[in-house]
Ligand binder design. Structure first.
Ligand SMILES: Cc1cc2nc3c(=O)[nH]c(=O)nc-3n(C[C@H](O)[C@H](O)[C@H](O)COP(=O)(O)O)c2cc1C
Length: 199
């Protein structure tokens, strides 16, 4: 299902077409496509090239591993995410390998890697829905995260559905309009909070 952004200025096709569905098709994601998504994340920029992101990958063709990952989402997210053929739990290393000092931008760099993955997914007609609703303690426990690693988010990935195949109430939710702040609300000039003259 398409739900393009109503942009005020032109953007890349895969930025315009990306959105976060709650419904996924009952269809696996091909391994080579999944590898391309991960490769896109791999080539993200990061501070000192630290690459602090770690991904715990679970696919439905490995039911036990999939159930373990799904069980780490909060219940509200489990409800819809269980349809997605692929789940990723994200983790970051919070210190630099080179000197063990805190990496102030580990979450920033995870976000860059995830956005690379999501934009790549959109370009391949896949959809990704990111989640903060994760039971962090459960991830720590279930996967025995070593010291210095923090669980962060999750991502559900899969193919989309034809809205005509959805029950009315689900279709309504999926078709709800998307909105964004205007550029003038977050692009400032010489005073914080005052819109840049460009926008
Ligand atoms: C870091 C992050 C955490 C999110 N957490 C959740 C979540 O726990 N559950 C959920 O249903 N959606 C979650 N979302 C999806 C957002 O609600 C969604 O991206 C936002 O409403 C904008 O919609 P769009 O992605 O379709 O443009 C999250 C998105 C991001 C980027």
């Amino acid at each position: 299902m398409e739900k393009p952004a109503t942009t005020d200025h032109p953007v890349l096709d895969s930025i315009e077409r990306r959105w976060s569905p709650y419904v996924f098709a009952d269809r696996p994601v091909e391994s080579e496509k999944l590898l391309s998504l991960l490769e896109a994340a791999r080539w993200s920029a990061s501070a000192f090239n630290e690459q602090p992101w770690r991904f715990i990958l679970a696919t439905k063709d490995q039911p036990e591993a999939y159930a373990k990952a799904l069980g780490c989402l909060v219940e509200a997210n489990q409800g819809w995410a269980r349809q997605a053929p692929v789940l990723i739990l994200t983790v970051t290393r919070t210190t630099f390998v080179r000197n063990d000092k805190p990496n102030r931008v580990h979450q920033h760099d995870l976000g860059l890697a995830v956005q690379n993955l999501v934009v790549q997914a959109t370009s391949m007609d896949l959809f990704a829905h990111q989640m903060a609703g994760v039971d962090l303690d459960k991830v720590r426990r279930e996967y025995n995260l070593p010291d210095g690693f923090e669980p962060q988010t999750a991502i559900a990935i899969g193919y989309g559905v034809d809205p005509a195949d959805l029950p009315d109430e689900v279709r309504e939710k999926e078709q709800a309009p998307r909105s964004r702040n205007a550029l003038s609300e977050f692009v400032f000039g010489d005073e914080f909070g005052k819109a840049s003259t460009l926008v």
